[in-house]
Design a binder for this molecule. Structure first.
Ligand code: GLN
Length: 196
């Protein structure tokens, strides 16, 4: 099983390490042609406006929408979550627009720009280590979206079928549980596409 990490900007090597800890092969993705060779993809953190612009420049918007339409899983972390959303508060562009949720960028303000905590995540047995860096929050979700985790009453992890999004950086810890969860989603989508 091969899981790609979109490598236009952001924390790529750390995600590859986590994918391998979760027992899959990690592939650095720089060109749209590479998408044909992978079973799922991680959209890393960074700066969502920059990532979105690079995605447009390199043809990744259409290519990743087609990838998603095949039922292949996508996992957005932090800026990657913003890239997945179909609504972004304020004067901010929508990028892939695949996940039915409204996102607020830089939602923790200056006081809490960066911090580490432990969260309960639905579907994961042990509490998860999470690093928040100028993180977004999910302010509202559509009927197809399942909330997986909250921090102080605000949504920080959610799933819509084959789409997974978290506000934080699970790759900056030694805890691979969220990547393991995503690897299981990829495994299940691969198994069902082989059968059918
Ligand atoms: N603040 C960034 C944005 O709004 C996201 C930060 C991150 O990915 N760590 O795009």
């Amino acid at each position: 099983m091969k899981i790609g990490v979109l490598a236009l900007q952001g924390a790529v090597a750390e995600h590859i390490r986590m994918v391998e800890m979760a027992g899959a092969e990690g592939v650095i993705i720089k060109k749209v042609e590479q998408l044909a060779d992978i079973d799922g993809i991680i959209l890393p953190g960074g700066e969502s406006t920059t990532i979105g612009k690079l995605m447009r420049d390199y043809g990744f918007i259409e290519a990743l929408r087609a990838f998603s339409a095949q039922g292949k899983p996508l996992f957005g972390t932090c800026a990657g979550l913003i890239v997945l959303a179909n609504q972004v508060e304020g004067d901010n562009p929508v990028h892939l627009g695949l996940m039915d949720m409204t996102v607020q960028r830089n939602a923790f303000g200056r006081q809490r720009e960066s911090f580490e905590t432990t969260l309960d995540v639905k579907g994961i047995s042990e509490p998860v280590r999470a690093v928040f860096i100028r993180a977004p929050l999910i302010k509202a979700v559509g009927p197809e979206v399942e909330v997986l985790s909250e921090y102080k009453g605000e949504i920080v992890a959610a799933r819509q079928g084959h789409l997974l999004a978290v506000s934080y950086h699970p790759e900056l810890t030694d805890d691979a549980q969220v990547h393991q969860y995503f690897a299981t989603m990829v495994q299940q989508s691969k198994a069902s596409s082989v059968q059918g």
